[in-house]
Write a protein of this length. Sequence first.
Length: 285
Amino acid sequence: MKIRKVTAASAVVLALALSATACGSDKKDDTGSSSSGGGGGTIKIGIKYDQPGLGLKKPDGSFAGFDVDVATYVAKQLGYDADKIEFVETKSADRENALARGDVKFIAATYSITDERKQKVDFAGPYLLAHQDLLIKTDSTIAKGTDLNGKKLCSVTGSTSAQNVQKSIAPKADLKEYPTYSECVSALQNGAVDAVTTDDSILAGFASQDQYKGKFKLAGLKLSNENYGIGVKKGDTATVDKINKALEKMVSDGSWDKAVSANFGPANYKNEPAPKIGVIVPNAS
């Protein structure tokens, strides 16, 4: 009996040890990546889910857009195939917190590099230079910012884009605020507003959608400079360096141009050339 009890106890200890080993085989670091004892691994990347042409979750659960293409390319260079990527929705207001909490490894989500944000996160890039612009109907006569005086201008609630236009360019513009840019674009289509304003890359994404092709155009006003960067947890300089090298390769091998054409081409988006890593284009004072 005594021998059987010792054997049973040993079996329990062995089982617990094996269980602990199994539980520890999927370790996650504090930046959203996990690795397994088999040598595989996954990476969590923050994107937008609701911006056509940039970061969009489609009805079938797949993802598309320029930010998605950039993130996928970068992840590949970091050692993660597409099937090892988990895209996580990161809304604008939560991007810094998502990185600080370690919810994601990095964020590619129309994330403009600013001095204020650099106090909280580190940035790789920039990988795209966008500008605040206007989306208008193809037959619109709006050709310059002051043409918005007396016209209905749409942007999302709380957006600085429309406020900038109303304050500095067209003080008599009739500002209409909607919860989402999708609603603004729908309002433009049905004539409820005369123009929509935000980054030109975002506007081009909407204009490239099948239901809007040929109906809208960008005014091409370049009302601001938006240097899109890839956000990384503060202090993770090693990842920043790796991402910068990946972005340089993406430009040099033609993948960057291909992604721009695929995602923005239908809107005749006149994009800026690929920016130089570390070079931030300031706004005019």
